[in-house]
Write a protein that binds this ligand. Structure first.
Ligand code: FMN
Length: 217
């Protein structure tokens, strides 16, 4: 594991403070990112790039299926995605820092989240570091945001989403908002990632916000 210097000090925290007034090693400035093997690994990649630009320290866990989808769907490799994070951990390392509630973080985002991982989180099956870290975030009453991608959904998927919601997770599927008049795939990805970071009080500056009137072309 290697630690890199953060890139920027421009973000505002979930507590509404500017980074200038917050110690760079302050625990409130860390977010755990999980990337699973659901389609849409670009969401996790965009999230890591955005958090880096915001100066938020990222702690990354990839599943084995995520390594496959990253290779299938993007020009990245698992290695190049890991290089976007401040800290990365092997999936089996259930003794890592993020496996303990004593390690302070703002919370965790799983982007994209497979139905397999969502179900494991919903029923507190902490069989790997990603699901253990998510369980810890829930037990510490920190913010856990899951971005599931599957369609169509059967009742088991819907029940698992309800169960995850009941124990405190936020289900935020990456569904494009067309009122923003997206011009590209990147616009859609940035909007979804930005709206998820809104849940942490972090403004990417790239979210198209509804003003009461449609945007001009
Ligand atoms: C190209 C590809 C796309 C996939 N898309 C999805 C998907 O959108 N949603 C999903 O739940 N699983 C999807 N899967 C299946 C998951 O990768 C599979 O269930 C895997 O076991 C999930 O494991 P993980 O949660 O440990 O990453 C996809 C698999 C591949 C290879």
């Amino acid at each position: 594991m290697t630690r890199r210097k953060k890139q920027s000090t421009k973000a505002s925290t979930a507590l509404g403070e500017s980074n200038e007034s917050v110690n760079r090693t302050d625990s409130r400035q860390r977010i755990i990112v999980g990337i699973t093997g659901a389609s849409g690994s670009i969401y996790g990649i965009c999230l890591l790039e955005t958090l880096r630009a915001l100066g938020i320290e990222t702690h990354l866990v990839l599943t084995r299926a995520a390594e496959m989808t990253i290779a299938y769907e993007t020009g990245h490799s698992a290695k190049s995605v890991r290089a976007l994070a401040d800290e990365t951990y092997p999936l089996g390392d259930v003794g890592a820092a993020i496996a303990s509630g004593s390690f302070h973080t703002l919370g965790m985002i799983v982007a994209p989240c497979s139905m397999k991982t969502l179900s494991e989180i919903a029923y507190s099956l902490s069989g790997n570091l990603l699901t253990r870290a998510a369980d810890v975030v829930l037990k510490e009453r920190r913010r856990l945001v899951l971005m599931p991608r599957e369609s169509p959904l059967h009742l088991g998927h819907i029940r698992a989403m309800a169960a995850a919601t009941e124990i405190g997770a936020i289900i935020a599927p990456p569904m494009p908002a067309f009122y923003t008049k997206p011009k590209s795939l990147d616009d859609m990805v940035q909007q979804s990632v930005g709206r998820v970071l809104d849940l942490f009080g972090l403004d990417t500056g790239k979210v198209h916000r509804w003003s009461g009137k449609p945007e001009r072309d």
